[in-house]
Design a protein around this ligand. Structure first.
Ligand SMILES: *Cc1c(COP(=O)(O)O)cnc(C)c1O
Length: 461
């Protein structure tokens, strides 16, 4: 299995090299050259299998012979052992033909654990086999950073540094990043906002001296291995609702388009998915694009679903690559145009997108009202991101069963949940002592040299 860039100019890589490099050298994103298909019988045979078994059968064709099958099974087992629910990704019913896929039973209570936990195991295995180590640096508005620190803590061949905006993440998110005690993980509170964190991260990747010296690697949401790990729960949920004998639709609370794009890959693999519904908050560049064909920046407005507060959606590039029949030059031209503020998607490409995707938006009041209504009607406490999904899904219900992805646990965003319902959502028992654990807070100036110096001082010798 070879991986190619969405911009067509970077060398094709193996699975492990694509995973370790993250972004392609031409600025594009790695995608598999061809998507392996599972037959109807192979999909039917997933019914009743454990989450781990489904993960192995879905991901193995993408990994090929680069990792021994028994080893890969073992890495998958380790990745999901720390989840707080034996089903890993359980379904609950919200209404007639509407189901909620709870993706928040991982160690940091958001769906990002599904990908980050297996990526941690894969990095460790591949680096140990090669006798190499890397320094992972990431920028986070909250969920990615906590999931990365949790996944990589205590692993031998990686040091992890996460930049988060000082004073601008929720207390649960901050504590999840600052309480782990392992020497190889470091949460850095940058004096600036999330854009500053991302800008300094980019500066480090562009500072080749530093980049090579510390062997910089990235695990942000454009890393192909993260998308791949998310394909698994589309299969596990769909087969438990009757696939492949009937079609299933999905609604996905969307920011950077990684999660919903995993659904598209599941469909390409042969899973009978009817509609993939993009649900956005007030930062609705994707919804506007689906409606008007214009993909245009409009700034970021803070919301009560902060993990979806984006100006542009990085993984959408992958969808555009498919919508342009794998024409890397066409995608590169659009991405060049994006630098000037946006672009218009061609009629053909729009038709290709609309063949799979629908979209909808929930503003702030609607999100709160949806949290309250779900509590009243079903007893379920939704996090604000999941509520955006449920609202949009409600507009797309029909004869096909609808699965809405619940992307975070309500206790991760207690203020918004309490404002909507009057209920303070408790943390699950296994992390009830989060507020009692000691924090290690390292505040850093918004300055490249200071950051690089600190990182080199803290590296495991
Ligand atoms: C990251 C995140 C999202 C958005 O996922 P994308 O893959 O970026 O579209 C939605 N909800 C929560 C809780 C998240 O952490």
């Amino acid at each position: 299995m070879r991986y190619i860039s969405t911009r067509g100019q970077a060398p094709a890589l193996s699975f492990t090299d694509a995973m370790l490099s993250g972004l392609a050298r031409d600025g594009g994103l790695y995608v598999p050259e061809t998507v392996p298909r599972l037959s109807v019988d192979e999909i039917a045979a997933l019914r009743g299998a454990s989450y781990e078994e489904i993960a192995f059968r879905v991901m193995a064709p993408f990994v090929g012979d680069e990792i021994d099958a028994a080893v890969f099974r073992d890495l998958i087992a380790k990745a999901y052992a720390g989840f707080g629910h034996d089903a890993r990704a359980p379904l609950v019913q919200l209404g007639p033909n509407h189901f909620l896929l709870e993706l928040f039973h991982g160690p940091t209570l958001a769906f990002k654990d599904f990908a980050m936990q297996i990526i941690g195991q894969l990095f460790q295995h591949v680096l140990a086999a090669r006798g190499e180590r890397v320094t992972i640096v990431g920028a986070t508005s909250g969920d990615t950073g906590s999931a990365a620190i949790e996944a990589f803590r205590g692993l031998d061949n990686v040091d992890v540094f996460i930049l988060y905006p000082h004073g601008r993440v929720s207390e649960v998110q901050r504590r999840q990043m600052t309480t782990p005690t392992e020497a190889n993980v470091h949460a850095l509170a940058l004096e600036g906002d999330f854009d500053d964190c991302q800008a300094r991260l980019k500066d480090m990747f562009n500072h080749f001296d530093f980049r090579d010296r510390v062997r910089l690697a990235g695990v942000n949401s454009i890393n192909w291995a993260r998308v791949l790990a998310q394909v698994v729960y589309y299969f596990s949920s769909a087969v438990s609702l009757g696939a492949p004998d009937r079609k299933i639709s999905f609604t996905v609370p969307t920011g950077n388009f990684g999660d919903i794009f995993a659904g598209f890959i599941a469909k390409e693999m042969g899973l009978p998915i009817d509609r993939l519904v993009i649900a956005t908050n007030r930062n609705d560049i994707l919804h506007r694009c689906l409606q008007t064909s214009e993909y245009r920046k409009a700034g970021v407005a803070p919301s009560i679903s902060p993990s979806m507060d984006i100006e542009v959606s990085s993984n959408f590039e992958r969808a555009l690559f498919w919508a342009h029949d794998h024409d890397g030059a066409a995608v590169a031209a659009l991405m060049e145009e994006l630098k000037t503020g946006g672009f218009r998607v061609s009629e053909n490409a729009m038709a290709a997108l609309r063949a799979h995707y629908d979209s909808g938006m929930a503003d702030e009041d609607t999100t709160s009202a949806t949290i309250a209504a779900a509590r009243r009607q079903t007893g379920e406490l939704l996090c604000p991101h999941s509520a955006v999904g449920v609202h949009v899904a409600n507009q797309h219900l029909g004869a096909t069963p609808m699965v809405t992805l619940a992307t975070a646990h309500p206790a991760k965003f207690p203020a918004a949940v309490e404002a909507a319902t009057g209920i303070h959502p408790p943390l699950p028992n296994r992390m009830a002592d989060l507020y009692d654990r000691a924090e290690r807070i390292t505040q850093v100036p918004n300055d490249l040299t200071a950051l690089e110096t600190l990182i080199e001082e803290r590296l495991t010798p």
